[in-house]
Write a protein that binds this ligand. Sequence first.
Ligand code: NAD
Ligand code: UDP
Length: 309
Amino acid sequence: MKTVLITGGAGFLGSHLCEFLLDKGFRVLCMDNLITGKESNIENLKENKNFKFINHNVSEHINVEEDLDYIMHFASPASPIDYQKIPIQTLKVGSLGTHNTLGLALAKKAIYMIASTSEVYGDPQVNPQPESYWGNVNPVGPRGCYDEAKRFSEALVTAYHNIHKVDTRIVRIFNTYGPRMRKDDGRAVPNFLTQALNNEPITVYGDGKQTRSFCYVSDLIEGIYRLLMSNINDPVNIGNPEEYTLIEFAEKIKELTQAKSEITFKELPVDDPLIRCPDITKAKKELGWEPKFGLEEGLKNTIEFFKKS
Ligand code: NAD
Ligand code: UDP
């Protein structure tokens, strides 16, 4: 049986990863300090004898007695309102946390994956974004704490690969949604769904012509797993290339929830990227992966979750 350490395992994506890898027959150590995650996300996993929860801040030294085959460093606030509230912890988990987990991977001879992000491309000047694009990031803007932490993470992971020969993977995750997103995390999907289900105004920021592409969580997890099992050390984009303006997205949510909500416009946050869409040519070619869930199907599952919680 292979053992995997998942940092940030009590978060939205981390909890889906824990569940997926337990189902694949892994022993899963989930390490999280619950700063943006919730123990309820992993409550149903706790009865599994192959699952262990460790409450620990990974920006501090990490001690794990057991052998580890894989380390997946997913700990980091991810929503703009979260990381702007705790920018120093965000920079620390992307730098010190990445350093600690890489050191652990070196000591345990474990395969290492970092959860990077489309934010490394900043407000992109090419669309869609291939992995070869270097990005357009403002280091001192409100998103700098997150974007630069992830860019530093990628550089450190690359250095550990080149110097210490750690077998590394870099996944650049694009906007992902699905069950277990926090209703109050401030991102477009939970905001719009909560507003629509309460027939309240749907708040679109700016003129709503900025674009995003939304990937359903189970598609993302499958892509991550294929990358983990591959031998690709360079970054790989995983996301859904169907691109929507935020107005189109709000209209789609209104239609699916049959909401009576009106769409209202609020100020666009500083440095909010105006376009974002993954070029997934590499994932298709080298991992044989592409998303299966269309927006409607994914949103219907997410709406069910939001109605119940
Ligand atoms: P999340 O906030 O739900 O999960 C992050 C988890 O990390 C939380 O459980 C939190 O408590 C934990 N954490 C944060 N700092 C920690 C620390 N110092 N020590 C231990 N645990 C800590 O966010 P998410 O959406 O699940 O994102 C998970 C990862 O994926 C992040 O690294 C994020 O940058 C990346 N990512 C997510 C998306 C997305 O669309 N959700 C997009 C791009 C990248
Ligand atoms: N957004 C919006 N209304 C909201 C929340 C977000 O119009 O209530 C916009 C936000 O300005 C951005 C897009 O939705 O252009 C996606 O934002 P999110 O916070 O989900 O993720 P990001 O891609 O910016 O990290």
